[in-house]
Design a protein around this ligand. Structure first.
Ligand SMILES: Cc1cc2nc3c(=O)[nH]c(=O)nc-3n(C[C@H](O)[C@H](O)[C@H](O)COP(=O)(O)OP(=O)(O)OC[C@H]3O[C@@H](n4cnc5c(N)ncnc54)[C@H](O)[C@@H]3O)c2cc1C
Length: 410
């Protein structure tokens, strides 16, 4: 047999695994449907690639994945977030830590991360076959016999790693092909759903705010008059709703709530100021600038692009002189600054979701080796697994840790 291992999928997981297996002396073939490797990786973190999170406490790190996180203990004890940084630094990619412990390449270029992995594959003598879509996985007696490409070509190896990712952002090649192969091989797939997805809003004027980013805001989800969840941080308006870290991290919960009924998304533009203090500041400001028009006194309170919208929604004439404003009008403004309501229409689907929740049932994968407990010569790693984390570098760390362990075990 020509190969010890065929890796299906040239994303971060497949590249890390193939590189590690090759480095350990295995003869490895990496098969990728796209003309180049790492199509999704190069657009991560808005092209900057948030490679991992610098949280030093492994338990806290793992808690970010919820219940399923404990599956990662073993893999992370072999290759953790610190090892990720060392790996890339060792290949000449300096890294830096930003707010929320997010780790990025110092160059802000995801391409540098991809290039480092390509170097690793070269050093490890991995054979790369691009423009090669796996159409079928042929198995018999709990072993994979061969894979068949869409052009009919059959390929064989002693072992196989499925690293085809999830089903989100299918334009990058991750179309979810492997779920069907795995079901046919008697693997259980936990139902997949989009996670870390933008939220679509009902307000028909929302496109006017497209591109506006909000910093240091608190956003909460409300249903039946009750606050269900809230988060502090950054968000962004899109042409049909909102995205950005706070929104993405709440999207899973928002999806569950939408399935039960109406959900309101409420923005607090001034979370650091309580209502009373903010009202006192408004009064002071109104007195100091009493001859100004209402629309011209909002600069210190809101981003520029938000002001016309706030004026419109408040129902207070923008040209109104501040000294003529009533207490009720000031209270209205105060209320909108502290709880600006938007109605959720839906959570976006796989097309724009950052990750796929659900996937291969973790009970059917050995966490020490990433070997399938169902198929003898099959390994599984990365986003194909039923493991997803919040924004902040947690999803790529799954790829590095599980990819490394799979490559080493093979
Ligand atoms: C816009 C965006 C931004 C993101 N930003 C971040 C971030 O900053 N930090 C972070 O931690 N995570 C981020 N993520 C998530 C992260 O990119 C994924 O979790 C990660 O890429 C999953 O890696 P993977 O190797 O398991 O799968 P993928 O990256 O999806 O790679 C799978 C590969 O398999 C190939 N493939 C699939 N089917 C076949 C087939 N039948 N035959 C041959 N090849 C096949 C695909 O073409 C693809 O190249 C982001 C995701 C998106 C979409």
């Amino acid at each position: 047999m020509l190969y010890d291992l065929i890796v299906i999928g040239g994303g971060p997981t497949g590249m890390m695994a193939a590189g590690r297996a090759g480095e350990r002396g295995a003869r490895v073939l990496l098969v990728e449907r796209n003309p180049r490797l790492g199509a999704k990786l190069t657009i991560t973190g808005k092209g900057r690639c948030n490679i991992t999170n610098a949280e030093p406490d492994i338990r806290k790190f793992i808690a970010h994945y919820g219940q399923n996180g404990k599956f990662l203990f073993s893999a992370m004890s072999r290759f953790d977030n610190e090892n990720t940084r060392e790996f890339f630094e060792g290949r000449g990619v300096k890294t830096k830590v930003e707010r929320g412990q997010r780790v990025f390449p110092e160059s802000d270029q995801a391409r540098d991360i991809n290039d480092a992995l390509l170097d690793y594959l070269r050093e490890s003598k991995v054979i790369i076959k691009t423009k090669a879509t796996v159409a079928e996985v042929v198995s018999k007696n709990k072993r994979i016999e061969k894979i068949i490409l869409s052009n009919g070509e059959g390929l064989q190896a002693k072992n196989y790693l499925i690293a085809t990712g999830g089903q989100s952002y299918p334009g990058t090649g991750s179309k979810g092909d492997a779920y069907q192969w795995l079901r046919q091989m008697d693997h259980k797939i936990i139902p997949i759903r989009p996670a870390l997805a933008p939220i679509i809003l009902k307000e028909d004027w929302i496109d006017e705010l497209e591109g506006l980013s909000l910093k240091n805001v608190e956003i909460s989800l409300w249903q039946n008059g009750k606050k269900v969840e809230s988060r502090f941080g950054e968000a962004l308006f899109t042409h049909e709703g909102m995205s950005g870290p706070v929104i993405l991290d709440m999207s899973k919960r928002a999806g569950e709530l939408v399935a039960q009924g109406a959900v309101t998304l409420v923005i607090d533009f001034k979370p650091a100021l309580g209502e009373k203090i903010l009202d006192e500041r408004l009064q002071k400001d109104f007195t100091a600038q009493s001859n100004k028009m209402f629309k011209n006194i909002l600069d210190w309170l809101l981003p520029k692009k938000m002001i016309p919208m706030m004026v419109r929604i408040s129902g207070i004439a923008g040209e109104k002189k501040v000294h003529t404003m009533t207490r009720a009008e000031r209270q209205k403004l105060l209320k909108l600054l502290k709880s600006f309501p938007l109605e959720i229409k839906a959570v976006a689907g796989f097309e724009t979701a950052i990750v796929t929740a659900g996937g291969v049932d973790l009970r059917e994968v050995d966490p020490k080796t990433m070997k399938s407990r169902i198929i003898d010569n099959l390994f599984l790693a990365g986003e194909i697994l039923n493991l997803d984390g919040p924004t902040g570098g947690f999803n790529l760390q799954v790829c590095w840790s599980t990819g490394f362990v799979a490559g080493e075990s093979i």
